[in-house]
Design a protein around this ligand. Structure first.
Ligand SMILES: [Zn+2]
Ligand SMILES: [Zn+2]
Length: 129
C-alpha cells in the first residue's frame, strides 16, 4: 500500500511549506489506497465518483477516526481499522446516521446484503422523485 517513493522518505524537507505539502500528498495517496482496499464504491448507492467516508459497523469496535489519522498512523494500523468499516459516500453516510438516530437513538446494526439493497432502493427512489 505504501508508495515506494513517498513511503521511503521521512520528512525530507526543511521548509515548513514543503513538509506540509508532502504530508498532505501522502495523506491523499493513503486515502486513495484505503478506499481502493475497501472496494472503491459506496456500499449503499454503489457510486464510485464521490466523496467517501468510512462508517464503523459497530461503534464499540471503533478505535479511531480513519480520516483524522490517515496522515499519522501506519498503513497496517489504518487497514485494521478499515476492516471494521463500510465504505459509504458522504451523502449515504449522513443518511445512515440520521436513520440510526431516528431509531430510538440506537446505532444501526451491520448491514447485511438484503438491507444494503433495501437501503439502496429507498435512497435512490427518494433521489429520483
Ligand atoms: Zn452512497
Ligand atoms: Zn458512520
Amino acid at each position: 500500500m505504501e508508495c515506494a517513493f513517498l513511503g521511503a522518505l521521512r520528512m525530507p524537507f526543511l521548509k515548513y511549506e514543503d513538509r506540509l505539502r508532502w504530508v498532505r500528498l501522502r495523506a491523499a495517496e493513503r486515502t486513495a489506497g484505503l478506499i481502493a482496499a475497501a472496494g472503491g464504491a459506496c456500499r449503499v448507492c454503489l457510486r464510485r465518483d464521490c466523496a467517501f467516508e468510512f462508517h464503523h459497523r459497530d461503534p464499540k469496535m471503533k478505535c479511531f477516526c480513519i480520516a483524522r489519522n490517515v496522515g499519522s498512523l501506519s498503513m497496517a494500523r489504518l487497514l485494521v481499522e478499515v476492516e471494521k468499516c463500510d465504505l459509504v459516500c458522504a451523502v449515504c453516510h449522513q443518511e445512515l446516521h440520521r436513520v440510526a438516530s431516528v431509531n430510538a437513538g440506537t446505532y444501526i446494526e451491520p448491514l447485511d446484503a438484503e438491507e444494503i439493497s433495501d437501503a439502496f432502493a429507498s435512497l435512490s427512489n427518494r433521489w429520483r422523485s
